[in-house]
Design a protein around this ligand. Structure first.
Ligand SMILES: [Zn+2]
Length: 315
């Protein structure tokens, strides 16, 4: 399936080749072999887009540059979604919930002082000592119950309610603070603390802030129950949703994540518009984003809201 970002990059590659050939920077032989390479590398994608496939064929049969350029523009226009369908991806991490007092591994007074992350958050650790892991998640649930969403959660929730089809809200956080702020359709990339999962029938069910000890699956009555949080060494099925959002969205907003788990800097390169809000500067991450705010998420939230609102109203 050809999405708009992929097509844009294909178009740019082809356009650059046509330009170089037109300006005699590459010879006919190089041009044809490069276009062939581009075509082969993207064969699967091009099958989904006849305009672009035809454009590549035409380029190979030496049509006039002006005609090719016009065809490229038309192909791109045809593939573009209407501007009213422009979409925003908001991806958040621990930083947004840290201000609500949800403890993370990395902040000061972080959980790493009490726990070995690989003992309680990895598939191997879980296999070695499931009781320790169950106790760990019980403690996280109990900790979460007394916490409240902050202005940043509320801002994202308000935007999502206002533009339900134009904003994707994805988070690496397993807490339920977005939900409690009234945010619908939050995609939790690493699972949810307030649910449990049955290992027998894969049923996911709500536990709230209670202990998972001695819980029975309401669907199959199995006692083989685990936390619904993705651990190191496990698949994260929701990453498909992330890939889909990256493909479909035009604006990338990142709040409170250092990019240690997800390479958000790499993702940012695929967007024309990107904004990063982290407390601390990061010379390896910041340069990938067009706009960077080094401040608390609650301080940046009104600016992020204005940025998104302005973006939508400008269309
Ligand atoms: Zn079950």
């Amino acid at each position: 399936m050809l999405n708009k970002n992929t097509l844009k990059y294909l178009y740019q590659d082809l356009d650059e080749l046509i330009r170089q050939y037109n300006e005699n920077k590459i010879d006919r032989f190089s041009f044809v072999s490069e276009v062939e390479r581009l075509k082969q590398a993207n064969e699967v994608l091009l099958n989904g887009n006849e305009d672009f496939a035809e454009l590549v064929e035409s380029a190979l049969y030496e049509k006039e540059y002006e005609i090719l350029e016009q065809m490229a523009k038309t192909a791109l226009e045809n593939a573009k979604m209407p501007s009213s369908a422009i979409k925003v991806l908001i991806l958040s991490g621990a930083g947004i919930s840290a201000e609500s007092g949800v403890r993370t591994f990395r902040d000061s007074n972080g959980l790493w002082e009490e726990y070995d992350v690989m003992e309680v958050c990895s598939a191997e650790g879980f296999e070695r000592n499931p009781k320790l892991v169950a106790d760990f998640y019980d403690a996280r649930r109990s900790d979460l119950e007394s916490k409240h969403p902050n202005l940043a959660h509320e801002t994202v929730a308000r935007l999502k309610r206002k533009y339900p089809d134009r904003i994707d809200v994805l988070t690496q956080n397993v807490d339920d603070l977005f939900e409690r702020a009234g945010c619908p359709d939050v995609i939790h990339l690493h699972g949810t603390l307030t649910d449990l999962r049955c290992e027998e029938c894969q049923n996911v069910f709500a536990i709230g802030y209670k202990s998972q000890i001695d819980v029975i699956c309401p669907a199959c009555r199995s006692t083989n129950i685990r936390h619904n949080v993705v651990m190191f060494g496990e698949e994260a099925p929701m990453y498909q949703k992330l890939q889909h959002s990256i493909d479909e969205c035009d604006v990338f907003i990142v709040i409170g994540t250092s990019g240690n788990v997800l390479n958000v800097g790499w993702f940012a390169q695929w967007f024309e518009h990107s904004l990063l809000n982290n407390l601390d500067p990061d010379e390896h991450l910041d340069p990938y984003f067009k706009i960077v705010y080094h401040e608390k998420a609650t301080e940046a939230a009104p600016k992020i809201e204005a940025y998104i609102e302005e973006f939508f109203s400008a269309l």
